[in-house]
Design a binder for this molecule. Structure first.
Ligand code: FE2
Ligand code: FE2
Length: 171
């Protein structure tokens, strides 16, 4: 009987896959920042908005703050598991120029469009992680698929809000 010269593969933890693992960690660090910036933007909007019809949007955003923070924690845990380091605050660079508070706090449409843009950005980045982890890191892939599902739901909900405003000619 021939003895195998290969040791069993440890997948993404295999030393041969060090470079791929580091690439994935870099993608996860970006995802972590995206989630935390979303927490900041949604928290501000969930408090700032004024008006009767803004209430539903505010409540929805307040709920999303908790969900996005949960995503950030999941990304942080996975970075650690892949031997990466969860970055400190000095590494943060804001990107959500489109989600700064509007001039008028009754401008729900500004916020709705900003949320759709933020969710679209997350969907694009997480789709990339799903592709980059394919066949090499099924655990990260599985986690990111579930988070991607959440973001698709957020985006769909806010598209519905926007359609309502458009239907009424307010957008
Ligand atoms: Fe998220
Ligand atoms: Fe989201």
């Amino acid at each position: 009987m021939e003895a195998s010269t290969h040791s069993p593969s440890k997948g993404i933890f295999d030393s041969a896959n060090l470079e791929r693992r580091e690439q994935i960690v870099t993608l996860l660090q970006k995802a972590y920042w995206m989630e935390l910036e979303t927490v900041m933007s949604y928290l501000a909007a969930s408090v700032n908005l004024d008006g009767v019809r803004a209430q539903e949007i505010k409540e929805s955003l307040a709920g999303d703050v908790e969900e996005e923070l949960g995503h950030a924690k999941q990304f942080a845990d996975r970075i650690k598991e892949l031997y990466g380091v969860v970055p400190g605050s000095e590494g943060f660079e804001a990107e959500q120029s489109f989600l700064q508070p509007p001039d008028e706090q009754t401008d729900s449409v500004h916020v709705i469009r900003g949320v759709i843009k933020a969710e679209t950005g997350a969907i694009e980045h997480y789709t990339r992680i799903v592709e980059e982890t394919d066949g090499i890191d099924p655990v990260t892939q599985d986690m990111v698929i579930q988070i991607l599902h959440d973001e698709q739901g957020h985006r769909r909900l806010f598209e519905g809000f926007l359609r309502e405003y458009e239907f009424e000619g307010a957008a």
